[in-house]
Design a protein around this ligand. Structure first.
Ligand code: ASP
Length: 290
């Protein structure tokens, strides 16, 4: 977490752009085999990595996303290229890799992203049956970042290897706009992790952003001159908690999210055993969850 925060903060503290900070933080997490993103990702049922990523611009609501890519070491870089150089929002599989090659992103061999820990876990699942214990109890997971810069720009991004032993071609919430990620400068930016099939059901990132954009008391109710009650004091945290509660209640599953509201207040919530996260305060103090 510290490396990721440093990578992003170095850019923001020097007056750099949120898009660069989010990309740098996520690249550092993709390059760390601890996480299920980039190198060290879970293998799918066929023993291959298939990676998904998204980057979203809160000013324009434009996103770039890629899914099921096998030969891109840092899919967040490719998502950025889609955002900046394509008329499309999402590219998948061989088409996304072709776009990578045509846009200066080197292609690696699919084996280059596989590490022994994941190959062993995959073999155990084949010999036995798929089980969380084979995958360190699912402790490593999707990565994401949200950043505001001093110019007022807000970006959010998410990158993942998806769920272990997934069917080839399965795509989860992570690269889907509104599900695994959303950013709207008028509301806030969000990145999610957890059980993709559940997160997609409640469109969790968009749900969080919509709540952030309309705190109680911000609008007059239609029938009266009275305002709604004032929002809870830490409204960003209230929103994060509400989303995870909804995920548990309506999708009966687990996950988490990190977010920044439009004023830069951070929050995080999860209903898994753990979720590693951190943020940098405006004056530069690093806060990392224990
Ligand atoms: N959300 C990811 C997916 O379903 C997995 C994760 O966050 O660990 O693909």
């Amino acid at each position: 977490m510290r490396h990721a925060l440093e990578a992003g903060w170095k850019i923001l503290n020097a007056g750099g752009r949120a898009i660069d900070a989010v990309e740098a933080a996520i690249v550092s997490l993709e390059d760390d085999p601890t996480f299920d993103a980039g190198i060290g990702s879970h293998l799918n049922r066929d023993g291959r990595v298939q990676l998904d990523a998204i980057l979203m611009d809160g000013a324009t609501l434009k996103a770039g996303s890629v899914a099921a890519v096998e030969r891109v070491r840092n899919p967040i870089r490719l998502a950025r290229r889609v955002l900046e150089r394509s008329d499309h929002m999402m590219l998948v599989g061989p088409g996304a890799e072709k776009f990578a090659a045509e846009n200066g992103i080197p292609l690696s061999g699919p084996e280059d992203l596989i590490i022994d820990r994941e190959r062993t876990a995959w073999r155990r699942c084949l010999e036995d049956s798929h089980a969380a214990e084979h995958h360190l109890g699912h402790e490593s997971g999707t990565v994401g970042a949200v950043a505001f810069d001093i110019h007022g720009y807000l970006f959010a991004g998410t990158s993942t290897g998806g769920t272990c032993c997934k069917f080839s071609g399965r795509v989860g919430d992570s690269p889907l706009i509104g599900c695994g990620c959303y950013a709207d400068a008028e509301a806030g930016g969000v990145s999610c992790t957890g059980h993709g099939e559940g997160i997609m059901k409640i469109v969790m990132a968009k749900m969080a952003t919509d709540l952030l954009g309309a705190p109680p008391g911000s609008r007059r109710t239609s029938r009266s001159k009275f305002r709604d009650p004032a929002p809870p004091q830490n409204y960003a945290q209230f929103v994060a908690d509400a989303c995870v509660r909804k995920l548990a209640h309506r999708a009966h599953t687990t996950g988490g999210l990190i977010l920044l509201d439009r004023d830069g207040h951070p929050a995080a919530a999860f209903n898994t055993t753990r979720m590693a996260y951190g943020f940098v305060e405006p004056k530069g103090a690093f806060c990392i969850a224990p």
